[in-house]
Write a protein that binds this ligand. Sequence first.
Ligand SMILES: NC(=O)c1ccc[n+]([C@@H]2O[C@H](COP(=O)([O-])OP(=O)(O)OC[C@H]3O[C@@H](n4cnc5c(N)ncnc54)[C@H](OP(=O)(O)O)[C@@H]3O)[C@@H](O)[C@H]2O)c1
Length: 305
Amino acid sequence: MTTTQTTSPANTPASLGGRAPKTPVIAFLGTGRMGGPMAVNLARGGFQLRVWNRTSSRAAALAGHGAFVAHTPAEAAQSAGILITMLADGPATERAANGPDGFLARCPGLIWVQMATIGARWSAQLAVAAARHGVTFVDAPVSGSQGPAEAGQLIILASGPDRVRDVLNPVFGALGRATVWLGPAGDGTRAKLVLNSWLVDLVEATAEALSFAGRLGLDPASIVELLQSTPLGSPYAVQKATAMLAGDFTPAFALKHAVKDAELAVQAAYGLGTHLPLTEALLPRWRHTALEHADDDLSAVYITA
Ligand SMILES: NC(=O)c1ccc[n+]([C@@H]2O[C@H](COP(=O)([O-])OP(=O)(O)OC[C@H]3O[C@@H](n4cnc5c(N)ncnc54)[C@H](OP(=O)(O)O)[C@@H]3O)[C@@H](O)[C@H]2O)c1
């Protein structure tokens, strides 16, 4: 069954007015482009926070928001009841959990909320590892990029046991504008794979259309205007088209992560004996573009379209 919990104004970080809700201490691992603002919103929401990041300078700013900055994942997890991972990918998450300074073996009873995009196989593997250590695994990737992360407007694709919903809903309420509970752990990641396969196909279609327009002798900007005036132009496509034409590839969603997500979707389909022809077709050129533009926004694929 699908339950949607929309964040009410009364539950926004600002309206909490710094009062700490009755909730366990939260450990937050990975203060990158997404994790940094997410952690800030938790601190602003009054949650007691312990953060860790591989590059500690990237976590230092959280101290100004009252967070304890730990040197290792294990140290961050000490005394935490909830631990959130927002690291780059499956291998980085696995290392934070099971590596020499990992948290998993040290924290029985913990609720581990995995929010990065790591794919179905990693999610299943980490759920098994968590269960082995008496840790409850919640798979809750997010939809929305840096802007929504900063504004606390993410969509949380939550999946996991029903018993943790009450304790996690206020946490998700500080991070996003809606939480969709999808079913058992793993369903969140499966939904995320579908959304990001849609997203990369849309960005590829946008890049190709602008490039095609230019080759036809049209002003690509006039095509963006046309798209905006029809139901064809989704706000996301128009936003990316505008960035493409401006040559502004300031990262909101890094191309390297988009390539990872396209690969995760293709692999998941392959594992089911099926194919994603559109997503498969864009990958070779996107990988090639990422050789020079890995840390640019995914709209940089326009350069090679
Ligand atoms: N950006 C988006 O629009 C968006 C939207 C939804 C979901 N996501 C997903 O959210 C996750 C984080 O994305 P992001 O945009 O925040 O990425 P990011 O800015 O590149 O941050 C990645 C984080 O992972 C850490 N990391 C990378 N490799 C590591 C390793 N080997 N060991 C330990 N830590 C490592 C980084 O630490 P350092 O600071 O030390 O490099 C940083 O904390 C990704 O799975 C991404 O696909 C992104």
